[in-house]
Write a protein of this length. Structure first.
Length: 268
């Protein structure tokens, strides 16, 4: 038997197991569609993306459509996530314990600081941060964030804040995963500044004309959990405002850690 055939046979059980697992198929399809920006997707495109046969993909999409989680265009046969999926995702996100505990603190921060307050979580496996929620003040000029996307730790204030808590091994791993990381000396200097001040500041890394501030917090097990932050229009940003917002974030992050450690608060 040719070596190529041997390799193909070796992978067959894994492929067949994936094909026979309907729950796994639906999760992979929904995850892939949710993480990509296109408005709709073709069956063959999705099949190639999640490594399934087109016929299997079509059956899985049909099941998802029956449950109201995707919809198809009768003219071109392309699929998109439905309003039912977004309703389910948003309701679930609002019920997440961390979001529930952090939301009142974000609201306090937005009122006191009069800037957009943010909650980001740290994914240790992804070596990234993801913005889960924000509270926007009633001001004409606002800075906003893109929610629900994994972002490199070295590209955001929230990421730098988390990096300041990581042990050396995790720090090296996160640095190696970044697409365009700063030099080692630049990162070391930035993290030292974060540790000394208690908060990170990044200008225009994700959105031009936006300044981000962030303070890390630890989860209930003591590991880095994420960061609380502000997004500020650069036109309004001053050193005095930076210091005031940084101090406010330190206070709010401390409150969040206390709530995370409180079993009554977590259960309520």
């Amino acid at each position: 038997m040719m070596p190529g055939c041997e390799r193909r046979r070796a992978f067959m059980p894994e492929i067949q197991n994936r094909e026979r697992n309907p729950l796994g198929r639906t999760v992979r399809l929904l995850t892939w569609m949710a993480e990509h920006d296109a408005q709709d997707f073709g069956v063959r495109e999705l099949a190639a993306a999640v490594d399934m046969a087109p016929s299997t993909t079509h059956r899985s999409l049909g099941a998802l459509e029956e449950e109201g989680l995707v919809s198809s265009d009768p003219k071109n046969g392309r699929y998109r996530l439905s309003l039912g999926f977004y309703r389910l995702a948003l309701r679930g996100a609002r019920r997440a314990p961390l979001v529930e505990l952090a939301t009142p603190l974000l609201q306090e921060a937005a009122r006191a600081g009069e800037e957009t307050s943010q909650l980001a979580v740290y994914g240790a496996l992804e070596q990234s941060v993801l913005f889960l929620s924000e509270v926007v003040p009633n001001r004409r000029l606002q800075a906003r964030s893109r929610l629900y996307r994994w972002l490199p730790l070295t590209s955001t204030a929230a990421g730098l804040a988390v990096l300041s808590l990581l042990d050396p091994a995790a720090l090296v791993a996160a640095f190696s995963e970044s697409a365009n990381p700063p030099s080692g000396s630049e990162l070391a200097e930035a993290l030292q500044t974060v540790r000394e001040r208690g908060f990170a500041t990044v200008r225009g890394a994700r959105e031009e004309g936006c300044v981000e501030l962030a303070v890390p917090f630890r989860s209930v097990d003591g590991r880095p959990g994420g960061a609380l932050g502000f997004a500020v229009p650069e036109a309004r940003f001053t050193q005095k405002l930076e210091q005031a917002l940084g101090r406010l974030l330190v206070v709010q992050a401390g409150k969040l850690e206390s709530r995370l450690r409180d079993p009554v608060a977590r259960a309520s």
